[in-house]
Write a protein that binds this ligand. Structure first.
Ligand SMILES: N[C@@H](CCC(=O)N[C@@H](CS)C(=O)NCC(=O)O)C(=O)O
Length: 228
């Protein structure tokens, strides 16, 4: 069995997706959080993009292998470990991968949203985020039962979106912004993810407070609302 080390950061949503998958599969791993504001030399040497997460796979008698990019880490875990979170049907699996890519794009937009200093651009990104999540709402409506992306079973898509929804949870609880609150299926999905033990397990108990401090520091439209 390989030894797995997840190079992480306390707040990183991309790290969380890998950690959630590992928790769902009950796989032991070592987590090493680093300071992204002061990246250690050993990290810069092994991270081609200078980003977390990295999954270091150590096997007896072999050189360590560094896997980077969170969706690739999820795929590696799907290829090598049980239970599978991906569907068995190839087309369904491809659909899940497509929505995982969409989830990465949404995280990019979320970053631009809470960084934004210009009120008009902030409003525009908010509308774009809401429009994209309406597409997710329509996708969820295809399920006959169950509140996860695939209905009853937890999948990698759940691991990918759970960290995104933490931003919305914080924003809705601390400001007057509720750009996706009227999306019914997304609302049920968010609740199911919030209650999932693997999702809860991958962040510190003061995560919301830390995330709030992080977003306030940017002193953008969102930061000012959160600080008020
Ligand atoms: N596409 C990458 C994104 C990872 C990413 O953006 N990580 C951020 C932290 S959440 C990072 O390491 N940023 C450091 C930097 O860009 O210097 C993935 O999916 O793994």
């Amino acid at each position: 069995m390989s030894k797995l080390t997840l190079i992480s950061h306390t707040l990183c949503p991309f790290v969380q997706r890998a950690a959630i998958s590992l928790a769902e599969k009950s796989i032991e791993f070592e987590r090493k959080d680093i300071d992204l504001g002061n990246k250690p030399d050993w990290f810069l040497k092994i991270s081609p993009l200078g980003k977390v997460p990295l999954l270091i796979v150590s096997e007896d008698g072999k050189d360590d292998v560094v896997i980077f990019e969170s969706n690739v880490i999820l795929e590696y875990l799907e290829d090598t470990t049980e239970p599978k979170l991906h569907p068995t049907d190839a087309l369904e699996r491809a659909r899940h991968r497509s929505w995982n890519e969409f989830g990465s794009a949404l995280l990019g937009e979320m970053w631009g949203y809470y960084n934004q200093k210009d009120q008009d651009k902030f409003n525009q990104i908010g509308q774009e985020l809401a429009a994209k999540l309406s597409m997710v709402e329509a996708e969820l409506a295809k399920n006959k039962s169950g509140d996860f992306f695939a209905g009853e079973t937890f999948s990698t898509v759940d691991a990918v979106y759970a960290p995104l929804f933490r931003y919305f949870d914080l924003i809705e609880s601390e400001t007057d912004i509720s750009i996706i609150a009227d999306l019914e299926n997304v609302g049920k999905w968010r609740k199911a993810l919030r209650e999932r033990s693997s999702v809860q397990a991958v962040v510190a108990s003061n995560f919301s407070q830390l995330l709030k401090q992080f977003m306030v520091k940017f002193n953008g439209v969102m930061g000012q609302k959160l600080a008020a």
